[in-house]
Write a protein that binds this ligand. Structure first.
Ligand SMILES: Cc1cc2nc3c(=O)[nH]c(=O)nc-3n(C[C@H](O)[C@H](O)[C@H](O)COP(=O)(O)O)c2cc1C
Length: 259
């Protein structure tokens, strides 16, 4: 066969395609466990960051020992034992998609724009001297281009925000992507969720917070040029703190701490 014949060219191209696809698929399979491990580590780092407990100079696993991972039944606000739902194997995203382990949210009750809400959720508790010191809640919901996944940490009073982080989203860098800006995230620290009547008041504004106003304690500056992402974050935080989210758990924890 001539070296520059059509058959030879096609043959070489085919061989090259097969070799490349084998290399790419082998790499994908071999690297998957490492990618999964990295995702878990990234989530743990974000949980610690939300709670203000992350320092890069200590091993992550060491820092994470102070965090107790629990599963809560969102329908009752009660913790469930590992024999019911095992935190080692529980896949919350899969549970949210599965018709058997989630419930459809009517549009009027779906501020986070998630369609369905899983029956069980992870929560992360930090205790000091045997008492609950902080709780970290996984939160997620629609922004402009993507679903934002993150964590909201509350102080022992279950009202004061200790921090907010997002570990996954696809909002535009410099616009909605500014949810990752440390200065913006810092604004959340010390804000209060509820007013004196127990209504959820935490809110991302359109524009700047007027610190002179008493409502400022519940308000965060909107992201410039990213009104839709800002509104999305506001809505998803309110949703997860409300009846569709962790309200029953927070109520139970309040009762426990006052008894
Ligand atoms: C390329 C491009 C990317 C954008 N990315 C975002 C985004 O991530 N989040 C967002 O809320 N708005 C984003 N916007 C702007 C929205 O389309 C919309 O105009 C904006 O949310 C309105 O906010 P404003 O009133 O603060 O300008 C983007 C616009 C363009 C053209």
């Amino acid at each position: 066969m001539q070296r520059d014949s059509i058959a030879n060219t096609i043959g070489v191209a085919l061989c090259l395609c097969i070799v490349c696809s084998v290399v790419v698929s082998t790499a994908a399979v071999v690297l998957r466990p490492a990618q999964e491990r990295n995702k878990v580590m990234e989530r743990k780092r974000n949980i610690l960051q939300a709670a203000g407990l992350y320092t890069p100079d200590k091993p992550l696993e060491e820092l994470f020992k102070q965090v107790e991972t629990r599963i809560v039944d969102l329908r009752t606000g009660e913790f469930v034992e590992p024999s019911v739902v095992n935190p080692e194997t529980f896949n919350q995203r899969a549970a949210a998609r599965d018709l058997a382990t989630s419930q459809r949210l009517p549009s009027g009750e779906d501020a986070a724009g998630i369609g369905r809400r899983e029956n069980y959720s992870f929560v992360y508790l930090i205790r000091r001297e045997g008492r609950l010191a902080q709780i970290v809640l996984p939160i997620y919901g629609k922004g402009l281009w993507s679903t934002l996944y993150g964590f909201l940490a509350l102080d022992a009073d279950l009202d004061t925000v200790d921090g907010l982080t997002f570990y996954e989203h696809a909002e535009t860098p410099g616009l909605g992507g500014e949810v990752d800006n440390p200065d913006w995230k810092q604004q959340w620290v010390g804000k209060q969720i509820f007013d004196d009547e127990g209504m959820i008041r935490i809110q991302v504004l359109r524009g700047k917070v007027n610190e002179e106003q008493p409502e400022a304690i519940h308000q965060i500056d909107g992201l410039a040029g990213a009104t839709i992402t800002s509104r999305g974050v506001s809505n998803l935080v309110q949703f997860w703190l409300g009846e569709g989210g962790f309200a029953k758990l927070l109520e139970n924890l309040r009762k426990q701490s006052s008894s």
